[in-house]
Ligand binder design. Structure first.
Ligand code: SF4
Length: 441
């Protein structure tokens, strides 16, 4: 007799937003074929683990997740960044069903089909045209390219994901429009190097509606800005053409927000890191951007304890932070990643020094962040609601990306809805968050 119960997949998605987009694509395909998602490994027909291989600690977390899935279920398919170098997984878990690298959607689907064939039921084949997203309905990540042409010495992503491959502009815009039609209020543009978008395509134009749109950072940003939702740019390197999009921010077309992973400020360390677009004029450019667009919020990440980083390099970084006044900062202690060329750089920094520097940087940044947030007290800010509470709801201003930045806690006379954008009067600020009252809907 034919089995009529939909096969169930348990899915673990680890790693960065880019990996999350891969997970969403796999799940969308599986749902289209009639598979269902299980809440637990136990009782699922098969488990898929989308791994992260960026740092050794992420690899350990991925191995842990595979181990859990093996213990609780036993039928496990592994994909994602760590799958690009399968030896470690094979050694620890020789019985996993299959291992594939990032973006190998077809191989993952084949492995699922082998483990548990799909159920052919036309009613189950229905899938919303915008696909299945793992992020809440009101915001979505929009991946514009895969891979990276840079060769930062601490990073193995180009080895894992290859060189830059951009999607044609019309393709990205079609997806963005579908997301907006499905109710998304905020699009987060992501890739490994967002401002390098289109280089591989030689900026070729593609037909979008009645016009041709070039696969170029500015052109794509401008078109996305026409969709009437919040558009947030992440993972941007400060190439000269970034200056152009500040104009779109000033006009209110895209959010006044730039996530630029500077990683360091000292020219000597940046050189050793081989960072793209690292140049000594960055502070002057930040100043000009802020003059043009006073609401601009900058987010960045930094690595402390990179091999060869001296006390004076670190002091330079702290001074630079004071001047740059970056609104939101993430900081990591350098970790040697297997396969990264930075492992061969002389003078590794001892662990206790890394920790000291990490603490010092975080303390300095806390002051900067508190100072920047305090300036917002008394202003009115638009806030997108992420979670509703009985008296206070949690949202984000235009300066806050989901999951990584701070929050705005707002009280309201009438109940709010998730995804709603309200105007709030800011009454109080602490080190990371703002607090206020809804003053307009
Ligand atoms: S820009 Fe550098 S850190 Fe980012 S993915 Fe490319 S090589 Fe890695």
């Amino acid at each position: 007799m034919q089995n009529t119960t939909a096969p169930k997949i348990s899915f673990v998605s680890l790693g960065c937003p880019k990996a999350l987009v891969d997970s969403e694509r796999i799940i969308t395909r599986l749902r289209a074929e009639g598979y269902e998602l299980a809440r637990k490994h136990d009782g699922a027909d098969v488990v898929i683990v989308n791994t992260c291989g960026f740092l050794d600690s992420a690899k350990q977390e991925s191995l842990g997740a595979i181990g859990e899935a093996m213990a609780e279920n036993g039928k496990v398919i592994v994909t994602g960044c760590m799958g690009a170098e399968p030896e470690q997984i094979e050694q620890a878990y020789p019985n996993v069903l299959s291992i594939t690298g990032p973006q190998q959607y077809e191989s993952v689907l084949d492995a699922v089909h082998r483990a548990v064939p799909p159920l052919h039921n036309p009613h189950l084949d229905l899938i919303p045209p915008q696909g299945v997203r793992l992020t809440p309905r009101h915001y979505a990540y929009l991946k514009i390219s895969e891979g990276c042409n840079n060769r930062c010495t601490f990073c193995i992503i180009p080895k894992l994901r290859g060189d830059l491959v951009s999607r044609p502009a019309a393709d990205v815009l079609r997806e963005a429009e579908k997301l907006v039609e499905a109710g998304v209020k905020e699009l987060l543009v992501i890739s490994q190097d967002t401002s390098a978008y289109g280089i591989d395509l030689k900026y070729a134009a593609s037909q979008w509606k009645d016009r041709e749109v070039r696969a170029k950072f500015f052109d794509l940003s401008r078109e996305l800005g026409e969709l009437g939702v919040w558009v947030r740019l992440q993972y941007v390197y400060p190439y000269p053409h970034v200056d152009e999009v500040i104009g779109l921010m000033t006009e209110g077309k895209i959010l006044p927000y730039l996530d630029i992973p500077f990683q360091h400020a000292s020219p000597a360390v940046l050189k050793q890191m081989r960072r793209p677009a690292a140049q000594d004029k960055t502070l002057a450019r930040i100043k000009t951007w802020r003059e043009q667009c006073p609401d601009l919020a900058l987010r960045s990440t930094f690595i402390v304890g990179f091999p060869g980083e001296t006390e004076s390099d670190f002091a330079y970084l702290l001074d630079w932070l004071d001047e740059a006044e970056i609104d939101r900062v993430g900081c990591f202690k350098y970790e040697p990643v297997a396969g990264a060329t930075s492992n061969a750089i002389d003078n590794p920094v001892p662990e206790e020094v890394k920790t000291e520097r990490w603490n010092a940087l975080m303390a300095r940044q806390q002051k900067i962040s508190a100072r920047r947030l305090k300036r917002k007290v008394g202003t009115r800010q638009q806030v997108i609601i992420d979670e509703v509470g009985p008296t206070v709801s949690k949202g984000r201003s235009k300066a806050d990306a989901p999951q990584i930045d701070g929050a705005v806690y707002v009280s309201s006379r009438r109940p709010l809805k998730v995804g709603e954008i309200v105007t709030a009067k800011i009454e109080r600020a602490d080190q990371y968050d703002l607090h206020g009252t809804v003053a307009g809907f």
